[in-house]
Design a protein around this ligand. Structure first.
Ligand code: NDP
Length: 240
């Protein structure tokens, strides 16, 4: 029987590429999203993958929707925590609102979603959890104290949960992408982006598919011995 995979923020960018790769590999996939109904509709029309709208920063919404997805597709075997946002600015200009929004969406969400699936995975003796961090959680980045803190937090969470879960057939890993060509990166001013690409040894942005292929491996039975690890995929920009 096909395994069931949930990808948060799966209707656009990296998440959409992950959903499509899992779908092509034969998984039953559910994508989640926050509010961009047009993008979600286009995504489902193109791929046939159902999209569930809820805020991953809310524990109650995660709990409710994990139940809904399990009822529709079956118990969740693979969770990809991919949803994320940025609210950039130097710390001296960062508002508490922007701090909390970023931590809630990027880090609280990982607790929320994992907490809602982990008991079922432990009972069934199988699970794959893949958390999407960032190069900027490893290296830090000017204007991103909130984002870097949240993405670094994911790495500690991943290692701790990997240790708790290893004896139960559950692996927990993180991927730290470098700069990948999605709407999030297209929002960076072109002159800033040009300077970033200059610093990437392979001299280009990454592709969403290049993250999806690592997710596909980590979700597979072949990756059973990989847990608690952070996989950097960044064109050589930063060696963690
Ligand atoms: P996009 O901005 O293209 O897509 C973000 C997705 O997350 C959308 O589907 C969005 O839903 C969803 N989302 C945002 N907030 C919430 C929320 N509160 N609840 C539920 N869903 C939410 O992002 P990318 O594809 O660029 O990035 C994906 C992940 O990869 C993020 O975690 C990002 O931090 C990380 N990353 C990205 C890099 C890059 O270069 N692009 C580099 C390193 C890491 P909706 O469409 O409704 O807004």
């Amino acid at each position: 029987m096909s395994k069931v995979a949930v990808v948060t923020g799966g209707t656009r960018g990296i998440g959409a590429a992950i959903c499509e790769a899992l779908d092509k590999a034969g998984y039953k996939v559910a994508a989640t999203y926050a509010g961009n109904d047009d993008a979600a509709k286009k995504f489902t029309e193109k791929t046939g993958i159902p999209a569930f709208k809820f805020d991953v920063g809310s524990f109650d919404a995660c709990n409710e929707n994990i139940k809904k997805i399990s009822d529709e597709l079956g118990p969740i075997d693979i969770l990809v925590n991919n949803a994320g946002i940025t609210r950039d600015g130097f710390l001296h200009k960062t508002t508490p609102k922007h701090w909390h929004e970023v931590v809630q969406t990027n880090l609280d969400s990982v607790f929320n979603m994992c907490r809602c699936v982990i008991e079922g995975m432990r009972e069934r003796g199988f699970g794959r959890i893949i958390n999407i961090s960032s190069i900027n959680g490893q290296s830090g980045q000017v204007g991103q104290t909130n984002y870097a803190a949240a993405k670094a937090g994911i790495l500690g969470f991943t290692k701790a949960l990997a240790q708790e879960s290893a004896s139960k057939g559950i692996t927990v890993n993180a991927i730290a992408p470098g700069y990948i060509e999605t709407e999030m990166v297209r929002a960076v001013p072109p002159e800033v982006l040009a300077k970033i690409v200059e610093k990437i040894p392979v001299k280009r942005l990454g592709k969403a598919d290049e993250i999806a292929s690592m997710v596909l491996f980590l979700a597979s039975d072949k990756a059973a011995f990989a847990t608690g690890a952070t996989f950097s995929i960044n064109g050589g920009q930063y060696f963690a």
